[in-house]
Design a protein around this ligand. Structure first.
Ligand code: ZN
Length: 340
């Protein structure tokens, strides 16, 4: 009951990459970079276990960014000539690669880090991939001329990598779709269909993560524009409840999401964000336990997994660890308090 997990990313140690950056520069090259990525992955596996997490991840230590890490192994993408593009409905500008030809996987994308993580933890292993809608919102299209066709092409590539990750021993494959909170009509029109294509034939658990983003200034400003109640989930949760995705990871702690919206996810595992990643203040275990208690009014016990609101990539490393520890302790407290 209340098995704690995390959304996915964790801060990179300063000897691997520039700290507290969304697109951090690597501090090593060649073989030294590969070894530093592996060392950081092992470090975070150990710390996640120490924090009491039941489902752990590689912390995304091997990718520079949660979307572009996948794209680096895709033919048809020009990484040399990035362009500035407004993303998430022009919420902020990003330097994005361009799609210049038919998309094709060059080979495996995440085999080294998935196999390394699998070999070094006995806990259940989650692996994250960017969702198709979020990918098409984070690249410049110079080839397809059709957002949906391009999303379906990416979904097929994601499906190939997801099947290979399952064969590597990954227990949960999660697709990160922050764009689902921005383009709600498109989620219903084709977003979920693209996800279905990405999970086609998988037997492991599948998840989708939908959040209000990292604690960067552009997101803080956006959230202030959303009013007293953030009801974006209301538009998409009924369709997700009817989908073939097993788990939904959502934001709850410190946010203006009305908790009753979680009741729209009947039949799904709900990964409830009980740790705010937009603040450096570390939650107390008691606060984590109270957030779990609030979610329990709308999510059955057996379906409730305490989680972080979003990835922790741009956070201070020590703060991130202390937040994971609070997550683990708060979940233990909730097990004691809310057990029958
Ligand atoms: Zn997120």
């Amino acid at each position: 009951m209340f098995e704690p997990t995390l959304a996915g990313s964790l801060p990179k140690p300063e000897w691997l990459a520039e700290p507290k950056a969304l697109w951090p520069k690597w501090q090593q090259t060649g073989g030294a970079l590969a070894r530093a990525k592996a060392d950081a992955t092992l470090l975070w596996l150990k710390l996640q276990e120490d924090a009491g997490l039941a489902v752990v991840s590689d912390g995304e230590q091997s990718r520079q960014h949660f979307v572009h890490g996948f794209l680096e192994q895709v033919d048809g993408i020009d990484f040399e000539h990035k362009v500035t593009m407004g993303i998430r409905n022009n919420r902020y500008d990003a330097q994005v690669p361009q799609v210049v030809g038919p998309l094709r996987l060059r080979g495996r994308v995440h085999a080294p880090e998935a196999r390394l993580a699998r070999a070094h933890t006995a806990r259940r292993l989650k692996f994250t991939l960017p969702g198709p809608m979020t990918i098409v919102d984070t690249v410049a299209d110079r080839h397809y001329g059709d957002r949906v066709a391009m999303a379906m092409a990416f979904a097929d590539l994601l499906n190939a990598e997801a099947k290979a990750l399952e064969a590597d021993g990954v227990d949960v494959i999660q697709f990160d779709e922050p764009a689902f909170n921005v383009y709600m009509d498109e989620v219903l029109d084709w977003g979920i269909e693209a996800l279905h294509r990405a999970i086609d034939g998988l037997r492991c658990k599948t998840a989708v993560h939908i959040c209000y983003g990292y604690g960067i200034q552009a997101n803080i400003d956006w959230k202030e524009s959303l009013g007293g109640e953030w009801r974006q989930y209301e538009a998409i949760f009924p369709a997700l409840a009817a989908s073939r995705i097993d788990q939904v990871s959502l934001e709850c702690a410190g946010s203006h999401v009305p908790p009753e919206l979680m009741s729209l996810l009947q039949g799904k595992d709900v990964l409830v964000g009980v740790i705010d990643v937009a603040s450096d203040r570390v939650e107390t275990p008691e606060e984590v336990c109270e957030t779990i208690g609030r979610a329990l009014q709308f999510v059955p016990k057996a379906r409730l997994f305490p989680c972080t609101n979003c990835g922790m990539a741009p956070m201070d490393r020590d703060v991130a660890y202390r937040k994971l520890a609070a997550l683990g302790e708060g979940a233990a407290l909730a097990r004691a308090r809310f057990a029958d």
